[in-house]
Design a protein around this ligand. Sequence first.
Ligand SMILES: Nc1nc2c(ncn2[C@@H]2O[C@H](COP(=O)(O)OP(=O)(O)OP(=O)(O)O)[C@@H](O)[C@H]2O)c(=O)[nH]1
Length: 354
Amino acid sequence: MQLFDNANGREQSEYDLSQLENHRRIQLFQLLSLVGIAMLLTFGGVSFFRGALWLSLLLVGIGMIGVLNMVWLHVQRNYVGAAVVLASCVTFLNLVLVATGGVANTGLLWVYPTAAIVIFVTGYRAGFALSSLLLVSCVIVLFWPDNPWLTADYPSEVKIRFLATLVSLLIACLGSEMVHVHSRVRVQALHSRVQSAAITDTLTKLPNRRFVTEHCIRRGFFDRSFEGGTLILADVDRFKRINDEFGHDTGDHVLEKIAEYLDRTTRDEDVIARWGGEEFLILLPGVNLQQAWNRADEIREGLTLETFDDLSEPVTMSFGLVHIESGKSADKLLNQADKNLYEAKASGRNCVVG
Ligand SMILES: Nc1nc2c(ncn2[C@@H]2O[C@H](COP(=O)(O)OP(=O)(O)OP(=O)(O)O)[C@@H](O)[C@H]2O)c(=O)[nH]1
């Protein structure tokens, strides 16, 4: 069972903003597609009854491609592919409308929403390429000398103003999409920093109690399905005396060194957290009680050999262990580990009970 994304409980941002945005974008894409399909089928039907058979076939045909595209997106979950299909279809349809004038020479009008939709559904990079293609194609269709495809009759003032307004719209859409993407990257980075700060102890840089309670418990560490492991509460002995004799700064330094020592002497998959004050929590996944007892005793003994610059005596810790059994709540396990730690303190400290 994968408990943590990274060693020592450092999780990736679980609330990924870009994922959330992609999800919203797909929803809007589907809404736009539905509206587009409904319009294409309606206009296709109207054109049919007006006798414009080719236009009717084109509109209904592209509407049907839209339906298939939505089904494909639903089955394959390939948003990029579906966006390119949609952008290509509407671009092609627009060029036909620009060339033929559509109904009552209104073909040019449809280019505006198309340009905005293409940029929105494909993002600003692909949107830039596709909308530039649309723009260049419109210029060719409208200004190519004696273009046989151009059957609509637009005054040159209309053509020029159409291009000028289209360029303005493209700049505005691309600009706002770029600003949006850059802001999202900044917000995502800030969000990750805040999230990481909320689950990290500022002094020792270890995961804090909040991390353990919110993330480990929620991610099933103490669930029935959990494969087993051992939980250890470890507390520095007579820490108040260190503070009183050597000062609070020295006390802080000792806690930092202990955190660094615990981190160094445990495996990547273990979780070391500062449980509060001078107390640390160690989670050893897949380690039975006897193995954990041996590991805790090694850690205990190793600590007595560590040197702490400002202190004349070695620093010691007491350990309370509990085996994580399926079905036992986190509270019960923590209570049991705390009782064992209390017993270790009562038995003279610098020992392991579990
Ligand atoms: N320097 C420093 N001291 C802290 C910090 N957090 C808690 N303390 C101190 O840790 C001390 C804990 O004292 P006690 O709970 O009496 O425990 P102890 O002296 O370690 O005694 P035993 O646990 O019974 O061995 C208190 O004096 C707290 O002020 C911290 O972040 N930095």
